[in-house]
Design a protein around this ligand. Structure first.
Ligand code: PLP
Length: 399
């Protein structure tokens, strides 16, 4: 008899599952959650909303989540209506459904590494071929480079991420325009962190009306502080939403999830009240890390990628031993830290000061070396990218 692993699909054998460590330490800054618990009035509103659902749990939920999609469309604005919005258990599930419907065996998806590690994993799970697109020095991506890679591979889906995880930088608008111009299939812009973007940074939502192949995914897991609620969503042409009905499981979003998400959205103002405080800690992290000699880009997200660390695994381990969990994203010399509360920033910086001292110049200005996900991406610094590409970010020039 063969072992179960021999029965596994050949293309999944030997692969590693998504596995950000869930270690029980006092300061958890590794998965870009919102560190602030939900405020009491919102907790009470959720309790009331959930209580109303309980007796009706003998029935299946609204399969089409119409009320929730209507609320999400209203939150997004841009004149969007519910037939342009779709929701699922996290934006991961939304993206999986996109790959199920538009990818699959014999089809390909292209992303530009380093980016969100789930995009290639979701592609693998759906049997979609993954093309690891290249970035330039300092992880930057120019319109010409992006368009050339789309032209060369003609993928059925392109994944872009703005602000990009793990670099934190917003996608330059001309890159999106160049990809939209060239792409023969869907262009998915993952905007999980959009609410944390700096003033003047635009959203791909503004381009939806003119681009039927564009899909923008969002989540309630980050700015809304609703990661445990598992609600992600997308905005796209009604035809894309209709296509996803072919692959979504019936009743995929429970009545409890729908009710909780609607109650949370009704308190969007209160929930998003933590965003400014988090942005302050993010900017403080950028300043403090630079002051200590790390290589850091300005961030539009609720996390910061910092480099020049030498052996990042040793730094990561030293931080864990001091009760601070950050993320090793597989880039040699780099770590990513989530912006949380002021006390969490204090604890992180205090621990870092105990475990890392920058090497004297010039080695402290070492370029990002090729890590497991950035092989062959060339040298450069994120600071160079941040200043050099600033004018072409999804960012309006002043005035
Ligand atoms: C870029 C990006 N997209 C999507 C997600 C997943 O979000 P969700 O919790 O909605 O599945 C994450 C989570 O870390 C992320 O970083």
């Amino acid at each position: 008899m063969t072992g179960v692993t021999d029965l596994l699909r050949e293309d999944l054998r030997g692969r590693q599952p998504y596995g950000a460590p869930q270690i029980d330490v006092p300061v958890r800054l590794n998965t870009n959650e919102n560190s602030y618990p939900l405020p009491e009035p919102v907790v009470e509103a959720l309790q009331r909303a959930l209580a109303k659902e309980l007796a009706g749990l003998n029935r299946y939920p609204d399969r089409d989540a119409v009320a929730l999609r209507t609320d999400l469309a209203a939150y997004l604005g841009h004149g969007l209506t519910r037939d342009q919005v779709w929701a699922a258990n996290g934006s991961n599930e939304v993206q999986q459904q996109l790959l199920q419907a538009f990818g699959g065996p014999g089809r390909t998806a292209l992303g530009f590494t380093p980016s969100y590690s789930m995009h290639p994993l979701l592609a693998a799970g759906t049997g979609t071929g993954w093309v690891d697109g290249r970035r330039g020095a300092g992880f930057d991506l120019t319109p010409a480079e992006a368009a050339a890679q789309v032209r060369a591979h003609r993928p059925h889906l392109v994944f872009l991420c703005s602000p990009n995880n793990p670099t934190g930088t917003a996608l330059p608008l001309p890159v999106l325009e160049a990809v939209l111009e060239e792409a023969p299939g869907l262009v998915v812009v993952d905007e999980a962190y959009a609410e944390f973007a700096r003033a003047g940074t635009g959203s791909a939502l503004a381009l939806l009306a003119d681009h039927p192949y564009l899909v923008v995914t969002r989540t309630m897991s980050k700015a809304f502080g609703f990661a445990g609620g598992r609600v992600g969503y997308l905005a796209a042409a009604p035809e894309v939403v209709a296509a996803l009905q072919l692959v979504r499981l019936p009743y995929h979003l429970s009545s409890l999830t729908q009710a909780a998400a609607r109650a949370a959205l009704a308190h969007a103002g209160v929930l998003l009240g933590t965003v400014e405080a988090i942005k302050q800690q993010r900017d403080r992290l950028v300043t403090e890390l630079r002051r200590r000699g790390a290589t850091v880009a300005d961030s539009d997200a609720n996390f910061v990628l910092f480099g020049g660390l030498g052996d990042q695994r040793a730094v990561w381990q030293g931080l864990v031993e001091r009760g601070v969990l950050v993320r090793d994203v597989g880039l040699a010399g780099w770590l990513r830290v989530t912006a949380g509360t002021p006390a969490e920033t204090d604890a992180f910086l205090a621990a870092l000061d105990q475990v890392w001292r920058p090497a004297p110049a010039p080695s402290s200005a070492a370029p990002p070396s090729a890590g497991s996900t950035a092989a062959g991406r060339g040298a450069g610094t994120l600071e160079a990218e941040a200043s050099g590409a600033g004018g072409s970010q999804l960012r309006r020039k002043p005035g």
